[in-house]
Design a protein around this ligand. Sequence first.
Ligand code: PEP
Ligand code: MN
Length: 336
Amino acid sequence: MIIVMSPEATEVNIKKVQDKIVSVGLKCHLSQGASRMIIGVIGDKKIISGLQMKAFDGVEKTVAITEKYKLVSREFKHEDTIVNIDGVLVGGDHLGIMAGPCAVESMEQLQESAQAVKAAGAQFLRGGAFKPRTSPYDFQGFAEKGLQMLKTVGEKTGLKIVTEIVDVNAIDMHCAYADVLQVGARNMQNFELLKVVGKSKKPVLLKRGMSATISEWLNAAEYILSEGNYNVILCERGIRTYETFTRNTLDLSAVAAVKELSHLPIIVDPSHGTGRWQMVRPMARAAIAAGADGLMIEVHPHPEVALSDGDQSLTPENFDVVMKEVSQIAAMMGKK
Ligand code: PEP
Ligand code: MN
């Protein structure tokens, strides 16, 4: 349930409501809107339905939420969330562009990628040091050595680092090197991992599972918020359908759906969403036109020799073309 306080509600009114909620064993989360306080109540449904909150001074109305997720919902927080990654904003009218190779392969490869994506206008360098590969015989990433390379290149270029975490026990290590923790499609419902990144203070990029519904995805985000970490960016990266021409089916309607259902920023990954570099450019344009808050794009200085996802990686030259087109569409959409 959500309790909407009236604009005139005093701090004492709010405190009394909070005390009541806590006294019956429920949890409350406060969200300060532009003119009023919204209080999310979480816990046993039966206890919640017995609360008579409308009788409290300062309470304007109560709204029952039918979906299981609450903290991520637009009902709980009307205004768009803007995630602040050490001064780089994503969400609202701020566009976040994350680009770089699928995997960190060498210092040279990473530096070349970073220079290229920065010159084209990206604020984030992406790159996997721990790669969850379908086959155990494929390149698995350079692990901590890869994270060290990312940090070094991030510090040199000023780009923020986005990299995937796959292991709950590696949280401290990732927090030491990364600016944004990526939870990949294969781990979207790894609930222990969601709880661990939720307890950390680092912004999280939560990719949609390849067979996850939008509701399951938002519930996964709810795990992170419910642990106290409100800095979550969603990433649509395509879902598995009967289509085989593309690697996944990029569900751009998810952008519009998430915008309606949630206040969290959502970016789009047309690289994994299509699996074909030729399709990245039109889908990147379409994603921004659909209202996405940013893009994640794989860029490799030499895609033909990439150790992973070369087929869907853009050359620096092609990425530059995409960025020029995207910035025009972004301006039309009122994004910076
Ligand atoms: C990646 O970003 O390289 C990746 C593995 O993505 P996903 O989890 O979307 O497959
Ligand atoms: Mn990849």
